[in-house]
Design a protein. Sequence first.
Length: 134
Amino acid sequence: MVERQQRRRYGLRDHGSRPHFLDLRHPNRSAFAPAHSTEPDIYPAIDRAKADLSAALAASAASHKRVILDFGGNWCTDCHVLDRYFHDPVNRPILDANFILVHVNVGRMDENLDIARALPDSVAQRSSGARGPR
């Protein structure tokens, strides 16, 4: 019962073994297949992660924007869905005005994990949904 309520709350519909997403801005729309990013490779080469992060932190200090680290891989369908919503016409202005997005390629969940391990616990907690200090 709880799972069904959560699925309804987040706009998920069960169609066989794979969920379909609803566009929550248009509640009368029927379910559609998961979105795919317009970019086939949204994550840069594995060896660029540390340089990209350093550049983002420097830009963040100068612009007073927060940094979003998006850990994923080009093989990951959910990562492409998230990227599409990051760049959706409704969300893009918010992202551009307040954040610097850094895609961190984790390969097949075996690369750049040291970057995630180096994050303070409060950052990791906030990414999992719990509220951390501002």
